[in-house]
Write a protein that binds this ligand. Sequence first.
Ligand code: Z5A
Length: 247
Amino acid sequence: MGEATVKRAPGRGRFITFEGGEGSGKSTQIKTLSARLNGTKLRNIVTREPGGSPGAEIMRHLLLSGMGKLLGPDAETLLFAAARDDHVRTVIQPALAQGTWVLCDRFSDSTRAYQGRGGQVAPGVLNAMQRVTIGDLKPDLTIILDVPVEVGLKRAAARRGKGAPDRFEAEDLKFHEDLREAYRQIAAEDPQRCVLIDASADPDTVASLVWTTVRDRLLTIAVSAPPPSAPAASATPTSATPTPATQ
Ligand code: Z5A
């Protein structure tokens, strides 16, 4: 694979978020994308929410234990916001400022989908919290992995084995159907930033779709120049935009 250059404002890193319901394959795809970016020599980190920083990981523990549910929707949303605030300030912003790409497993769209679903938490409250926690930080690209609810839950259950479902996995089918719809709506409302990808195929097929999306939206891949002694007839272009697929 050739070396990659970044479309627009090359100094700053790019911020890519992965979203989707249970078992949609976010963690699987984020690892594959990170490895592919490493192959193009683009420095990147993989992080997640809730969590991603020492303070936010403590809050993650509380949130997934079901503590938030006891407190009620607004307070649970505040806990997610507090975790995000720490994560953004101590991990995401510094990495982007250094030119590192940040690949984040869930971000603010998770709050919109999970806590905002069906008007549980009012949009005004969500907007106010978002202003405080992330300000004008917006992902350059959000990949929403879309799978039928039954498929996602089956994958999540297979991975869990005999362990107990967490606070969100334990919700009923309607919860997960509403969630899927909420994500589809987010994708439809912000097509500049969001791409909805059918994630029901095998992991390699989904990874190809993810890579094509990232490449087309954010990268210009420079194909290596031929060695000086190479005959002119076989010369390779030094850059190609758009590029042929490099899977
Ligand atoms: N939450 C919230 O409510 N509000 C917020 O603001 C935020 C989060 C930030 C965090 O859970 C929970 O917090 C989350 C929402 C809520 N709800 N839950 N539960 P988490 O971090 O513990 O888990 P998750 O983010 O929900 O991940 P996940 O759905 O459990 O998994 P995934 O990352 O999407 O999938 P995976 O781990 O890559 O794959 C799952 C299994 O399927 C695994 O065995 C894979 O090998 C397999 N897999 C993956 N891809 C495929 C394909 N394509 N085919 C077949 N099998 C596959």
